[in-house]
Every structure is written in structure tokens, then in C-alpha cells.
Design a protein around this ligand. Structure first.
Ligand code: NAD
Length: 512
């Protein structure tokens, strides 16, 4: 049976059961169960207007409108926002205990379905690596929940004041193609922990898997809490549906994760926006630390999901005193070196140069056909064969090479020779473009660490570890795949999605 047919059958079974008033996700009763698959979803716009949803709680009407979508999947952004608003009110009634249940459900489903959904996302997007897609879904246990929202209390001669982290209501969210389901799941956990509902506009090249995840989450949430549309998603997403979400009266806050285009669009919307924007993370190796460890860490981060991570090592500046030894360490740990001619061939394949200009051109565009592809594919474009399982390619380039200056998200790492730490920091700063996203240093010299941190001002700054340590994998800290760099909230967590409300009791309630 083909995937499409299986998907269709599950969809039809879920729909029939729902219309009978039974649990629509009855195709599986465990949190990881339930009907899934987006390919067979009938667009809401083509359904008959006024079709009763199923008589289940949370369906039917939302803010006076007829809801055509089921389990969070909508063709119409306005209907999705209205349904999310109703779900937000239902979540308020379910209390903090209700939020905890939702978070448990989302985490359990992601763990149970990690393999299936990792494969689904890879099949749809065709970028990245299956093992890392699966790992990302399993890692969501490290995303913080309601425990993150500790109120702030003041007590004095004039009584007691409490500042609490309250929800906004409905949040409009945009997710990237690079980690569609993990970003979406992280957003749901953080936003719901803070008491919100959310409407997603996913990347057009990664929305089918996101629709599957949203539907599965909502089916399980509906079974346990009777809330059907806590996380909504537009199918299919368009620029117009993003604009409709951004304009909608129910949407109080935007959270966008992606490149410069969506950040600009969100900030121009007139709504408050949390922007997890682009990066181009540089690494500095000054030779004072263990070079084998530095090489291992750089490979781990740059090779992760074929270098799709926004925090991933994208270019390395190495002091000439340890340059050759560092290159040898990269090779010892499995990375394959390209020579000058091979780098040139790869460059011509990986970038589109305006008006036929060559590698010296300031602003080439990245050839998306090679983004997130396996090292074997890049190697072939460079004119050589590498053993299967090669984690990363690397090569020596000048500091102004397109592979250094563009956020290329490919498993080819440019390595640049610098004479001094000052020169390395200056070049790293230029390559980072002021995104203030992420940077890494391998050093035991505190003065070098301090100088780089102060010069680049990045949101994440990892010393002597891979970029993954910045998100709690190999370092201390919690996880989220939305790192609010442009607008400064940092690694998103439940507090990011709250408004602070102060409650003041004058002269009373204090017990001494
Ligand atoms: P992308 O910018 O192509 O798309 C991101 C999202 O924005 C998609 O859903 C897309 O449909 C939407 N979008 C793009 N332009 C838009 C516009 N004008 N109006 C409305 N929506 C628009 O990025 P991508 O290729 O999916 O992801 C990679 C980019 O995202 C990289 O730049 C990476 O650094 C960044 N990213 C950042 C973080 C972070 O936490 N800071 C996390 C992941 C990815």
C-alpha cells in the first residue's frame, strides 16, 4: 500500500469516527496514536459551509463563525485564528493542570513518533539527515514547561504585590523548512505553557509534515481535554495567509523563525513580533586548547543535519600558528579536505552569481538544490567521490569567500588562516553580519574569549564545545529551536510568550 493511500484511509476513518461523535483519533489510543497524514486532507475551503464539525466540545462555532477545519487544520486563516481564540479560552478554563497535560502529550507524541515523523519531514523537505531529524524530535523532553513561570513577589509596609506571567491569547507563528516539526512542537510547548493558543503558517516546502503533527497533537489533546484547536495550522500556507494571521484581531503576538524575509515581514506587521532570525556562526581556533577536541566539536556542530542548524558552525578562523595541525585534526576525525580546484567547482554549483560574476562577487545567492544535502552530493558537485557516511567536507578559503560570507547551510566548512586573534575576531564579526546570533571559540585564553564575546555580541557564545552545547546538548541549558536573536528575547521559553501583570494589595494580607 502506498503512503498516500494509507494516509487517505486513516484520514477517512478519523473523519467518519468524528462524525459519529466518537474519538476521531481512535485509529490509535496512545498519545502517539491517532490518524495522521496530511496528503489526504480535504481543504476546508472545499467543504460544505456550515457542516457540523461533530458535536465534540470545542468544535462547531468559534467567536460566532463556523469552523470548517478539524483538529487545527484550516484553509482559512481567519477561521483558524477564531478557533484558536476559542481554544485559548478553553485552555484558561483547564488551568495550569491542563497546560501540563498538553505539554506531556506533545512531548510523548514526539518521542513515540520520532522515527516516523523524522522520515516524513525528510521525505517532504529532502534536506538534512534522518538520524538527526529523529534525534531532534526525541530531544524535546528538554524544552521547559510551566515550571519556568515563577511569579515575582514583593512584600513591604504597604502590603503585597505579585507580578505574574500571563498569556497573550493567540499567537501567530511561522516555522522554517530546516526543522519544521521540532520548531512547531517547541513553539507549542512554550506557548501553551504560558497559557496561549497558536496559529502556524509553516514553510511551503515543509508544511505537510507540520499539518500531520498539528492534527495528531490536537486529536490527542481533544481526547484528554476536549480542546480541539489549541494549535492551528493553515493548509496550504501562503504569503497571504501569513498576512491574514498577522492582521487578525485575535492574534496579539507574532513569533517567526526563519531568514531575513520573514523577519522583515513580521516587524513591518505593526504587531509585536518575536523574531528568531538568520545567522552565520563563526568559530575561532587560537591554538591554546586541545586541537583534537576543537576539530571534533566543529565537525559535530557543522555536520549536524547537514549543517541546517541556524546555530551550526558555518566558517572557522584559525591562527596560522596551529593552522596545519588543525586541518590535520579535522581529517583525523573523518572530515574530507577539498583542494582549490574542487572548492572552485563546488562554489560554482552552490551559488548563483549575478551577471555571470565569479567567486569574488559580493552577494551571490545560495543554490537551494544543495542546501542541507549529504556530503556525498556536494563532493560529486566538486568532482570527487567520498566514502558513504563522510560527515563533513572542508577546505581552505579566503575570508571573503562566498562560503564564508553567505549562510549556506551545506556540509562544506570553509577554513580561513588568520595571523592574529584580533584579525580572526574582526573577520568573524564581518562574517556574522551583525545578526548577533551564535559564535564559538576554542581557546583556554580568557582574554581571547572576552574579546570575541564583546566584539560579536552574539545571543549564543559557546566556548570549547560544539554549537549544540548552546542548546543544552553537551552543555548546561534548556532547549528551544527558536532563538530570538533579532528582537533579543534569546532562546525562547515559556516566559517569552507572556505579558507581565502586576496585582497590588494595599496594606493587607501581609502576615507580619
Ligand atoms: P526562510 O526564511 O526561507 O523561511 C522561513 C519561514 O518564513 C517560512 O515559513 C517561510 O514561508 C516564511 N517566509 C519567508 N519570507 C516571508 C515573507 N516575506 N512573509 C511571510 N513569511 C515569509 O527560511 P528557511 O530556509 O525555512 O530556514 C532557514 C533560515 O531560518 C536561516 O536563515 C536560519 O538561520 C533561520 N533560522 C533561524 C532560527 C532561529 O532560531 N534564529 C531557527 C531556524 C532557522
Amino acid at each position: 500500500m502506498s503512503t498516500v493511500n494509507e494516509t487517505l484511509i486513516r484520514e477517512v476513518v478519523a473523519e467518519v469516527l468524528a462524525r459519529l461523535g466518537g474519538p476521531a483519533g481512535a485509529a490509535g489510543s496512545s498519545p502517539g496514536g491517532g490518524g495522521e497524514g496530511s496528503g489526504g486532507q480535504k481543504p476546508a475551503a472545499t467543504r460544505e459551509k456550515g457542516t457540523p464539525s461533530c458535536g465534540c466540545p470545542g468544535s462547531g462555532t468559534a467567536a460566532g463563525r463556523t469552523v470548517h477545519g478539524r483538529f487545527g487544520v484550516f484553509a482559512d486563516a481567519t477561521e483558524a485564528c477564531a478557533a484558536a481564540y476559542e481554544a485559548y479560552q478553553q485552555l484558561s478554563a483547564a488551568g495550569v493542570a491542563g497546560r501540563r497535560k498538553v505539554i506531556r502529550i506533545v512531548k510523548e507524541i514526539c518521542t513515540a513518533r520520532a522515527e516516523e515523523w523524522g522520515r516524513l519531514e525528510l521525505e517532504e523537505t529532502k534536506i538534512g539527515r534522518l538520524d538527526h531529524k529523529i534525534e531532534k524530535l526525541r530531544s524535546l523532553q528538554a524544552v521547559p514547561g510551566v515550571e519556568f513561570l515563577q511569579p515575582y513577589g514583593l512584600s513591604g509596609d504597604h502590603g503585597i504585590t505579585l507580578e505574574e506571567y500571563a498569556p497573550f491569547g493567540v499567537i501567530g507563528a511561522v516555522t522554517p523548512s530546516t526543522h519544521s516539526i521540532p520548531t512547531l512542537a517547541c513553539n507549542i510547548i512554550s506557548m501553551v505553557a504560558a497559557g496561549n493558543a497558536v496559529v502556524f503558517n509553516a514553510h511551503p516546502a515543509a508544511y505537510r509534515c507540520a499539518v500531520t503533527a498539528v492534527r495528531t497533537f490536537n486529536q490527542a489533546i481533544h481526547r484528554e481535554l476536549g480542546i480541539e484547536n489549541l494549535a492551528c495550522i493553515i493548509e496550504p500556507p501562503t504569503l497571504e495567509s501569513f498576512q491574514a494571521i498577522a492582521r487578525d484581531e485575535h492574534v496579539r503576538l507574532l513569533c517567526v523563525t526563519g531568514g531575513p524575509g520573514v523577519v522583515k515581514a513580521a516587524m513591518a506587521s505593526g504587531k509585536r513580533a518575536i523574531c528568531a532570525g538568520p545567522g552565520n556562526p563563526p568559530v575561532l581556533v587560537d591554538g591554546t586548547s586541545d586541537l583534537d577536541r576543537a576539530a571534533r566539536c566543529v565537525i559535530e556542530g557543522a555536520a549536524y543535519d547537514n549543517n541546517l542548524l541556524c546555530i551550526g558552525e558555518k566558517e572557522v578562523f584559525v591562527l596560522e600558528s596551529c593552522f596545519d595541525r588543525f586541518l590535520a585534526a579535522l581529517e583525523r576525525h573523518g572530515a574530507v579536505r577539498l583542494n582549490e580546484a574542487q572548492i572552485e567547482r563546488l562554489t560554482q554549483a552552490a551559488f548563483v552569481f549575478p551577471q555571470g560574476q565569479g567567486a569574488g562577487c559580493a552577494h551571490p545567492t545560495v543554490n537551494r538544490e544543495l542546501v542541507g544535502r549529504d556530503p556525498e552530493v556536494l563532493a560529486r558537485a566538486a568532482g570527487l567521490d567520498v566514502p558513504p557516511g563522510t560527515p563533513l567536507l572542508f577546505g581552505v578559503t579566503p575570508a571573503d569567500h562566498p562560503f564564508v560570507m553567505e549562510e549556506q547551510m551545506m556540509p562544506f566548512l570553509p577554513v580561513v588562516r588568520v595571523r592574529t586573534v584580533e584579525e580572526g575576531i574582526e573577520a568573524a564579526k564581518r562574517a556574522e553580519h551583525g545578526y548577533k546570533h551564535s559564535a564559538m571559540i576554542h581557546s583556554l585564553d580568557v582574554a581571547h574569549m572576552t574579546a570575541m564575546a564583546r566584539a560579536l555580541e552574539t545571543t549564543l557564545f559557546v566556548k570549547n564545545g560544539s554549537c549544540l552545547a548552546g542548546l543544552g546538548n553537551g552543555g548546561e541549558g534548556y532547549l528551544n529551536f527558536s532563538i530570538a536573536t533579532t528582537t533579543g528575547e534569546g532562546i525562547c521559553n515559556p516566559r517569552t510568550f507572556t505579558r507581565v501583570r502586576r496585582c497590588v494589595m494595599v496594606d493587607q494580607l501581609r502576615i507580619f
